[in-house]
Write a protein of this length. Structure first.
Length: 174
């Protein structure tokens, strides 16, 4: 009888985690990237205008000392804390894009198009409400590189992200 109670508890906890979109073992998502944006062309244009100068038009920043987005950024959707980090980054939170739905679309472009399937299965796209909530908590007075590494370490341990996620870009010499 004790085992039945433990099984019920485990099932309830697992169902709760799924209800909140959490996964224990993240795997690349199979999602149509255009289904998570209201205007994919505008989202791409916003990315190019507001982010592409530093992160590259395709998200491939090498050899700049910035995080490469291409094929990697989706892993940051694996935990609530890492997901919030993407919106709380100063250049995102303080973006000149004042419409939260438009900013959500741009970030969905980053995650689901530039991320090239790196988002965990079942990842929810960013919403205007989520962006509105997170951007008022912009990251300030902290070492963003150290914070990114801290979160990347969590992603490796909790979500089975590749070890290379700890690097700003593949092949980076530490």
């Amino acid at each position: 009888m004790r085992n039945f109670g433990a099984i019920c508890t485990a099932l309830m906890l697992g169902a709760g985690a799924l209800a909140f979109g959490l996964t224990l073992h993240a795997a690349p998502a199979q999602i149509d990237p255009h289904s998570v944006m209201s205007d994919p062309a505008q989202a791409r244009s916003d990315y190019i205008e507001h982010c592409g100068g530093c992160h590259g038009i395709r998200g491939d920043t090498v050899p700049a000392h910035l995080p490469e987005l291409e094929g990697r950024v989706g892993w940051f959707m694996c935990t609530p804390e890492a997901r919030a980090y993407l919106i709380r980054l100063p250049n995102v939170a303080h973006s000149r894009i004042t419409d939260n739905a438009e900013l959500a679309d741009m970030m969905n472009y980053v995650v689901f198009v530039l991320g090239e399937g790196s988002a965990p299965v079942g990842t929810r796209p960013f919403t205007a409400d989520e962006v509105a909530h997170e951007r008022v908590h912009a990251l300030t007075n902290m070492n963003l590189t150290a914070e990114r590494l801290r979160l990347a370490n969590q992603l490796v341990h909790q979500c089975h992200a590749p070890e290379s996620i700890r690097q700003l870009y593949p092949g980076e010499k530490q």
